[in-house]
Design a binder for this molecule. Structure first.
Ligand SMILES: Cc1cc2nc3c(=O)[nH]c(=O)nc-3n(C[C@H](O)[C@H](O)[C@H](O)COP(=O)(O)OP(=O)(O)OC[C@H]3O[C@@H](n4cnc5c(N)ncnc54)[C@H](O)[C@@H]3O)c2cc1C
Length: 444
C-alpha cells in the first residue's frame, strides 16, 4: 500500500528521466552540503516510473543541436550516462550526422561549440566525409553527402534499463518513488504551492519540481499560467505563440537478415542523415515519397528479439491541444501510419543497399508517442512560481540526464547555474527566444 507523506521538503512530480535524475542528484547535493538527504525528497507518478516518453523513447543520446547552449547540458549528461553505463544501458558507440553542402556552416559551428565544452567530435567534408562513412558502412551511398560530424561521446541507451537504473539510484539514496499517485490540483497560498492535491490525499511541500513531460500543458493551465506568450527575438521582433504545441513521433523497427555491424564487426554509431535537397524515392517503385530526406537509425537493442534496427523521421505537428491519455502506444489517435514504414525503409535502402526490399521486414506493432514542445522548441528549465521549478524539455530530453544534475544545484540554493541560464523563462520577454534552425526538423 502506498504511504503518502503529509509533508515533504521536495516533491518531484513525474518519474521520467528528469524527475528521477533530479531526485537522485538532489539527494547527493543535500548529502554533500550537509543540508539533508534523500529522505527529504519524494517522487510521485500517476502510473509508474517510465510511463511517459522516457519509457518509449528511441534512446538516442547525441549532441547534434544547432542551439549551441545545449552542448554544455549534453556534456554533463555524458558524465551521468558514464557514471554507471551498465545500469543505465548506455552504449557509447558514437553518433554520425550527415548533410549536404547547405548545412556545412551549421556543422562548422556545432563542431566548434561541441569541442569548446569538451564534447569531442570530428568533422569531415567532401571526399573525406565519403571516405569516413565508407570506412564504417562499406555499402553507404554517399553521393549526396558533403559533410559529416562524428560525435565520439554519444550513443544510445535502453529506455527500460535507464529508468530502472535511475529509480535504483534514488532508492539507494533514500528517495521515495511512489507510483499510482496522481496530482489532481494545487492548494495555493500567496502565489506559492502549499500542498499538492493527489488522488490519495494532500502532500504539503516546500518546493515542487514539475517534471510532467507531455502532461505539462494540463498543469500549466491548472496553475493559471498563460496559454500564449509574447516571444521577443534578438532582431527586435515579437511574435505571440502558443505556450505548448504537441507533436507526434514517427518511429519503428526493421528486421534484417544479418546483424547490423560496422565493417570491422562492431556496433555502429547511431546514424542521422538530413538531405534537405534530395527526394526520398520509394524502394521498388521509383515513386517520390517526399522532396527531402530525414532519417535516423541504430541497432534495435532492447526492442528486438532478433537482428534489426530502430529508427525514425521528422515528427508531425498536432497543434495546441492533444489527447494525453492513454499515452504512447496505447493511444489509437497517434499511431504511425503505414506510409511511415514505406518512407523509413525506402530512405534506408536509398542510403544503404543492404536495406533494399526491407519494407516487408518492418516490425508491425503499435508505435508512436507525443511530446509537448515549447514556443521555440527548446527546453525550459526554470522557476515558474516562487517555489515551483519546471523541467520542460520540449521533447528532446531522454538524452538529457545531465539536466537533473544541474537543476539539483539550483534547488539547493545556487542562484546561478550558468549552463541553465539560456533556458530560463525570461528569454521570451528579453529578446533571447531561440530562432529556427536550418533543418526541417523541430528538434535540431
Ligand atoms: C516515441 C518517442 C521517442 C523519443 N526518442 C528520443 C530519443 O531517441 N532521444 C531523446 O533524447 N529523446 C527522445 N524522445 C524525447 C524524450 O523521450 C522525452 O523528452 C523525455 O523522455 C521526457 O522526460 P520527462 O521526464 O520530462 O517526461 P516523461 O518521461 O513523460 O515523464 C513524465 C511522467 O509524469 C507522470 N505524470 C503525468 N501527469 C502526472 C500527474 N498528474 N501526477 C503524477 N504524475 C504524472 C507520467 O506518468 C510520466 O511518468 C522521444 C520521445 C518519444 C515520445
Amino acid at each position: 500500500m502506498t504511504v503518502l507523506p503529509e509533508s515533504v521538503t521536495y516533491a518531484i512530480v513525474g518519474a521520467g528521466i528528469h524527475g528521477l535524475s533530479t531526485a537522485w542528484h538532489l539527494a547527493m547535493e543535500l548529502e554533500a552540503r550537509g543540508k539533508g538527504s534523500g529522505i527529504d525528497i519524494v517522487v510521485l507518478d500517476k502510473t509508474a516510473p517510465g510511463a511517459g516518453a522516457s519509457g518509449i523513447a528511441c534512446g538516442c543520446v547525441r549532441n547534434f543541436y544547432m542551439t549551441e547552449p545545449l552542448h554544455a547540458i549534453l556534456r554533463h549528461s555524458i558524465d551521468v550516462w558514464t557514471y554507471d553505463p551498465v545500469r543505465f544501458g548506455f552504449q557509447q558507440v558514437g553518433y554520425v550526422s550527415c548533410g549536404e553542402a547547405n548545412q556545412i556552416s551549421d556543422y562548422e559551428r556545432m563542431h566548434r561549440s561541441q569541442n569548446n565544452v569538451g564534447y569531442d567530435s570530428d568533422m569531415y567534408e567532401g571526399k573525406d566525409a565519403k571516405k569516413f562513412l565508407k570506412g564504417i558502412w562499406p555499402d553507404f551511398n554517399t553521393d549526396q553527402i558533403d559533410v559529416v560530424l562524428h560525435e565520439k561521446m554519444s550513443g544510445y541507451a535502453g529506455t527500460r534499463q535507464v529508468v530502472a537504473g535511475l529509480a535504483q539510484k534514488c532508492a539507494d539514496h533514500g528517495v521515495r518513488v511512489l507510483s499510482g499517485v496522481e496530482v489532481i490540483g494545487y492548494d495555493m497560498a500567496g502565489g506559492r504551492i502549499k500542498k499538492l492535491q493527489t488522488n490519495l490525499g494532500d502532500v504539503a511541500c516546500d518546493v515542487a519540481v514539475l517534471c510532467y513531460g507531455a502532461w505539462i500543458g494540463k498543469h500549466w493551465d491548472m496553475l493559471g499560467l498563460p496559454q500564449q506568450l509574447d516571444c521577443s527575438y534578438a532582431d527586435g521582433g515579437t511574435t505571440k505563440k502558443d505556450m505548448w504545441t504537441y507533436w507526434r513521433l514517427l518511429e519503428g523497427e526493421v528486421y534484417i537478415d544479418e546483424p547490423y555491424r560496422t565493417a570491422d564487426k562492431k556496433d555502429p554509431p547511431v546514424l542521422h542523415v538530413e538531405l534537405m535537397n534530395t527526394p526520398v524515392i520509394e524502394d521498388g517503385t521509383g515513386r517520390e515519397l517526399d522532396d527531402h530526406l530525414y532519417v535516423y537509425w541504430k541497432n534495435g537493442a532492447e526492442r528486438m528479439e532478433k537482428p534489426g534496427v530502430q529508427g525514425g523521421t521528422i515528427p508531425i505537428k498536432i497543434g495546441p491541444q492533444a489527447t494525453l491519455d492513454p499515452y504512447g502506444w496505447e493511444n489509437d489517435a497517434y499511431q504511425a501510419e503505414p506510409g511511415f514504414a514505406d518512407y523509413l525503409t525506402s530512405a534506408m535502402a536509398q542510403l544503404m543497399p543492404r536495406f533494399k526490399g526491407s519494407r516487408k521486414l518492418f516490425k508491425e506493432r503499435r508505435n508512436g508517442g507525443i511530446g509537448a514542445f515549447t514556443p521555440d522548441n527548446v527546453p525550459i528549465f526554470d522557476w515558474v512560481l516562487p517555489n515551483a521549478y519546471m523541467i520542460a524539455d520540449s521533447n528532446h530530453g531522454f538524452k538529457m540526464t545531465g539536466a537533473g544534475k544541474l537543476v539539483a544545484k539550483q534547488l539547493v540554493g545556487d542562484n546561478r547555474v550558468a549552463e541553465l541560464e539560456p533556458f530560463a523563462m525570461d528569454r521570451f520577454a528579453k529578446g533571447r527566444t531561440f530562432g529556427s534552425s536550418n533543418s526541417h526538423c523541430p528538434w535540431v
